[in-house]
Design a protein around this ligand. Sequence first.
Ligand code: BG6
Length: 491
Amino acid sequence: MASVNRSSDIVIFGALGDLAQRKLIPALFQLDSAALLGQDTRIIGVARATQNSDAFRRRCQESLTQRIKPDELDAAALQRFLARIEYCIINFTDAEGYHSLKTILDISAERARIFYYATPASLYGAISRNLTKGDCINTNSCVVLEKPIGHNLRSSNEVNDQVAEYFDEAQIYRIDHYLGKETVQNLIALRFANPLFGSQWNQSHISHVEITVAEKVGIEGRWGYFDQAGQMRDMVQNHLLQLLCLTAMDPPDDLSADMIRNEKVKVLKALRPISAAMCNTHVVRGRYTKGLVEGNPVPGYMEEEGANPNSHTETFVAIKAEINNWRWAGVPFYLRTGKRLPEKLSQITIHFKPQPHFIFDESQRHLAQNKLIIRLQPEEGISLQILNKDHGLNKGMHLRSEALNLNFSQSFEQNRVPDAYERLLLKVMQGNQYLFVRRDEVEHAWTWCDQLMQHWHNENKPPLAYAAGSWGPKAADLMLIKDGNCWYEDQ
Ligand code: BG6
């Protein structure tokens, strides 16, 4: 099979790290298996550890064996993939080492060079500078930056400024892996290809929107990183705000990267800032204590390995966000995300308004709202809750709520939903930035989050406790109950 994609040198900084081995190498393997890597594309792993290319290939092979199902790990495909891989020892902050990278890179001026920074953001500036000094940049080079970019607006600007000294915005691909998920993509198709939804997507027809990103896992031995970040920086500033933007944005003029990103920025700018007083009514911040997840006892956040007893870091956030524009005035967007919740679930639920006049039995009024559920994971799909008449001669006009279901893996006969990183890497190779976050998006997202986190900082209070395995602090339920609403799973 001939590939449609141009050949590239893909250089991964931090090649021995968790992201590279758990996500990037498997994603590149899957792209190769699907004949989506350019014919003589090469993958150059860069890290500090002293080892040769053979040892690095063995490491990649181990990761692939752990991560890819045996029936997808065809021996010939594996050998072809491993043959693309090389390794280069570099201390990222030492400019000297980059000369050895230069000797490995293909000399052609046109061949695409993709530099993937799978390292802490504090190194992005130094790597960019040293790549330039070491003459590793050609006319067809780009960089891929992993989140989190900075800790707040100021530090993210510092990182972005450092990278911008050496690369134009058109060469910078900022990853938010949620944008690579199949169903997130489908949100654009669902909203803008279906007139049925297009005409209903506003405050006249929608009462509220829920965005839940729940995880069963705790912090997985990442205390050092996580305690500095917390759920707000780790999940809300990026993934949840991106989902909110795609749900709420106006139709872009076309599908080009900048048209989509312009619309997302408009949503971020219209987000109502959360004042100190609103922190009590619009925000719930929690931290898990010990509990049971799927029947197994798990420790609380403060008992995790490496815990700092003075920590006030949150592992759960629920926010009632409001968008001050014509389309969404008066429609709450309830965002909720947490670690150690009962299940892994990412889902957007659109609650439509009830009919203006209800002619059925009053006892069934509570049923009378259509809901559109967009499941990002697991079991990617879309489901529309509609009301039917219950079947049977003796049922009268008794209503029943049922779902019209579109389950992607069943309807598209796919046995595998591609991982987000496969799609994102493919788009980088194709030079298409529409699934990547533009600098002004990052800035507006930080601006909104920073003011909220500043109130937490001023309050200096620990987050509310919730037992691992529950859906977060009770206050998160009360926040919706006060508005006459409830979270989807409570219905
Ligand atoms: C990452 C966060 O960005 O997303 C992690 O840093 C989180 O803390 C992960 O676990 C969740 O991603 P997914 O794709 O498993 O929902």
